[in-house]
Write a protein that binds this ligand. Structure first.
Ligand SMILES: [Zn+2]
Length: 285
């Protein structure tokens, strides 16, 4: 049986899965990301061979950190410094002889949640809250792109925040008061001196307040029907964290109807499932 392959190429691990034409995962494999591009590419190709089990591959999709050019498939993931201007699409299409689609991991996760998370809303915003923070906005199931294909960076909006250690707020992008610097895994470590899972209740409350302010801005600007939030920090904080953030958003949202806000249902597989959704795309889509 011919297969479709999805890849989630992250800064710490690489996950690969083969799926049937309905997107059901048949086999999966993973490895740690190395510091070397050459090693990563070699590992990716051997994981693909492993999950495909010599079956024909009809399409591939991949999620990777930005920045990247989704049309040419040239990628330079910020947190993988050895990967610079890598022509991933060209490399993979010539090696595997099938269509290859690649996009920013948060866009791909949005597609995964939309396709397999029971979403039918026309305006859908997906947020990833893990080491960093980002989002993907879908309109009628299609990725919204900005000027020249630019990916909107919702993590780098400035917000009205609460923080018990404000001098430690520092965004990797260089701008002041970014949402990502306040609520991402890296931001939390910098501000509170510990990982998200070790936060005290009062610290979670601050993080939830700040997420709520970000949600308020995003709801005001995008007016989405549904917002789903995934990634390690969100999953770690759980329903209680999301509910506290939702309340802050609702308390401050005056002119736009509040979207439904909830936790992603796909756990750590959201981007991998989205990569499979891209692999299944019709080349003319
Ligand atoms: Zn920033």
């Amino acid at each position: 049986m011919a297969v479709y392959v999805g890849l989630d190429i992250g800064g710490t691990k690489i996950m690969v899965a083969a799926a049937d034409r309905y997107g059901n995962i048949l086999r999966r494999a993973r490895t740690d990301t190395s510091a070397r591009l050459e090693t990563d590419l070699k590992n990716i190709n051997s994981l693909i061979a492993e999950v495909a089990e010599k079956e024909a591959i009809l399409g591939m999709g991949a999620a990777i950190g930005g920045p990247l050019d989704w049309e040419t498939g040239i990628v330079s993931p910020l947190h993988q410094p050895d990967w610079r201007s890598v022509p991933l699409k060209a490399l993979m299409e010539s090696k595997w002889n099938c269509p290859f689609h690649v996009d920013v991991d948060t866009n791909v996760a949005a597609l995964g949640e939309y396709r397999w998370g029971g979403i039918s809303a026309r305006h859908f915003l997906y947020l990833t809250l893990s080491t960093g923070m980002g989002g993907g906005y879908l309109i009628d199931g299609k990725i919204y792109r900005g000027q020249g294909g630019a990916h909107p960076e919702v993590g780098h909006q400035s917000i009205h925040f609460r923080c018990s250690n404000p001098q430690a707020i520092q965004c990797e992008c260089g701008a002041p008061n970014c949402l990502e610097a306040l609520i991402s895994g890296n931001g939390i470590r910098r501000i509170y001196g510990k990982p998200a899972e070790a936060l005290a209740p009062a610290e979670w409350e601050e993080v939830a307040y700040n997420l709520g302010q970000g949600l308020r801005n995003m709801a005001t600007l995008y007016a989405p029907d549904i917002i789903r939030i995934g990634g390690g920090v969100a999953v770690g904080g759980g329903e209680k964290f999301i509910a506290a953030a939702r309340k802050v958003m609702e308390d401050h949202l005056k002119l736009v109807p509040p979207p439904q806000v909830g936790l992603s249902g796909l756990g750590y597989d959201t981007a991998l499932r989205g990569a499979i959704a891209m692999a299944l795309l019709d080349p003319n889509d």
